[in-house]
Design a protein around this ligand. Structure first.
Ligand code: BGP
Length: 511
């Protein structure tokens, strides 16, 4: 193989709650993303019980989830919520700022934004559908036609330019009502409602959308049960149950799509940060396998191979987790295996058997042991292009299914110059180095990679901090972290660079 395949799906990625805004327009219901503040600027100050003070500053930027408990209002840190007991009922509070409510107003600007994607030469556009636009509380019998129309318009606009949509059914939002009533995915009944929602949109759009993903970063439930699954509690049993329910939901929907529309391609999506052993000590190597299995492979193995792996069953037993399995579940998982594997890749991690005195690097959602061989972004995410090639090799070797890199990128502060330009050579460097490694994985290692859609192709709201100033885009959007600004779109230097990358099918990396 000489280079990228001719049908390689170059593009960019976003998610409904991080770009659309219009959080209560045209019948949309409130979602779990609508009760999340912008990190660092909330009126609430939150203490994390037992947190070592040396990590405090890293947590100050994390966004909060606001709630009401017996008439009192409170807030909890989104990402570390797994350390809290059951909280009250998540709700919107007066005078708090919720960045997703307006986001970048894609809802009213989608035509202009998709036109810019077309100018970049996108072959694909990864986006998500907001469940709450279709079923506002999740419980309605009849879908909201206005919500369905919106996505019809978005897909039609993509099709005008020959852009293939890649659609995530659940990207970090779900009806808030289900979180309040049932603790989200902790309740088995949520599977049925998800199935109803997924069927509705697959039936409606199967001629317009070929590539689907069930859950975004399904393994991120480890870091935030609320963000990923609407679970407002820290109970390990509940979180494992919720996670299992999501995988059953994913399998049911995958089977439905395959049976009804055989040409559709359904994928799972995993946050992929493979661990390097800290040293050649046997203990560190064993720890790398252990943590990789429990944090990552469990999810891929279940959705790609179709059964719960032995190491996870042993883990349940060791921790006294007694999952509610039902008779048909085994068949459901077996019948609902995915066609391809999508990953987000931002960084690798480090596994240490005996972590005392080792330094951490805070990466918003996750906390990793610091790897002294790598640089890090302004938000502490360690940068490792070779790690992407490593990741692709591990995945392909394990499953032999095509891999779609549906997220990768650098969150950075950008400056809009007076003449409307943005110079972002740091972003170009980051992406160039990662693209080179993808190419090596394809050409040297024989890995089958379907496409590459860098995250936040247009600036959007960060999921972990709520900031827009943590920018990923090729397109600058003129808003600040409080939503002030004109909302105008500007092409960054990286816009022109990425356009050339795509038009040369990855051969011209501008070096
Ligand atoms: C992934 C999520 C995205 C996205 C990205 C960047 O984990 O799937 O939704 O936001 O990370 O993270 P952040 O927004 O925290 O910078």
């Amino acid at each position: 193989m000489k280079g990228f395949p001719d049908d390689f799906l170059w593009g960019g990625a976003t998610a409904a709650n991080q770009i659309e805004g219009a959080y209560n327009e045209d019948g949309k219901g409130l979602s779990t993303a609508d009760v999340q503040t912008c990190g660092g600027i909330s009126g609430f100050k939150v203490e994390i019980p037992g947190l070592d003070p040396k990590y405090k500053s890293a947590y100050d930027k994390l966004r909060l989830v606001t709630y009401k408990d017996n008439g009192h209002f409170g807030a909890s840190i989104l990402v570390k919520m797994n350390t809290y007991p059951k909280l009250g009922s998540p709700t919107i509070i007066d005078n708090e700022y919720y960045p997703n409510h307006h986001a970048i107003d894609f809802y009213h600007n989608y035509k202009e934004d998709i036109r810019l994607f077309a100018e970049l030469g996108f072959k694909s556009y990864r986006m998500s559908i907001a469940w709450t636009r279709i079923f506002p509380t999740g419980m309605e019998e009849v879908p909201n036609e206005k919500g369905l129309e919106f996505y019809d318009n978005v897909f039609d606009e993509c099709s005008r330019y020959g852009i293939e949509p890649v659609v995530t059914l659940s990207h970090y939002d779900m009806p808030l009502e289900l979180s309040k009533k049932w603790n989200g995915w902790a309740d088995r009944r949520t599977i049925e409602l998800f199935h109803k929602y997924a069927k509705t949109v697959i039936d409606r759009y199967h001629e317009k959308v070929k590539y689907w993903l069930t859950f975004n970063e399904i393994n991120a439930i480890i870091h935030s049960g609320f963000m990923t699954a609407g679970v407002f509690a820290n109970d390990e049993q509940l979180l494992e149950q919720a996670s299992y329910h999501q995988m059953l939901g994913s399998a049911l929907v995958t089977k439905y799509a395959h049976d009804s529309y055989p040409t559709l391609q359904i994928g799972c999506m995993i946050s992929y940060s493979p661990p390097y052993p800290y040293s050649s000590k046997p203990e560190d190597n064993l720890e790398a396998i252990r943590t990789f299995n429990l944090r990552t492979n469990y999810f891929g193995d279940t959705m790609v191979r179709g059964y719960i792996p032995e190491y996870k069953k042993a883990d349940f037993e060791r921790r006294g987790i007694d999952l509610d399995f039902q008779e048909n579940d085994v068949r459901t998982l077996e019948e609902g295996v995915v066609d391809y594997i999508a990953i987000s890749y931002y960084q690798t991690s480090v596994a240490i058997a005996n972590p005392e005195n080792e330094k951490f690097t805070q990466a918003n959602l996750t906390q990793h042991y610091f790897n002294p061989h790598l640089k890090k972004s302004e938000w502490g995410w360690q940068i490792d292009p070779i790690g992407l090639r490593y990741a692709l090799n591990l995945l392909y070797d394990r499953y032999h299914k095509p891999i779609f890199i549906v997220e990768n990128g650098l969150g950075a502060f950008d400056t809009l110059n007076d003449n409307g330009t943005v110079n972002d050579p740091y972003r170009i460097d980051y992406l160039r180095e990662h693209i080179k490694e993808i190419k090596k994985a394809i050409t040297v290692d024989g890995v089958k990679v379907m496409g590459y859609t860098p995250w936040g192709c247009i600036d959007l709201i960060s999921c972990s901090t709520g900031q827009i100033s943590k920018r990923y885009g090729f397109i600058y959007v003129d808003y600040d972290d409080l939503g002030n600004g004109s909302g105008k779109r500007y092409k960054k230097e990286s816009f022109y660079w990425y356009k050339k990358v795509i038009s040369s099918n990855g051969e011209n990396l501008g070096e």
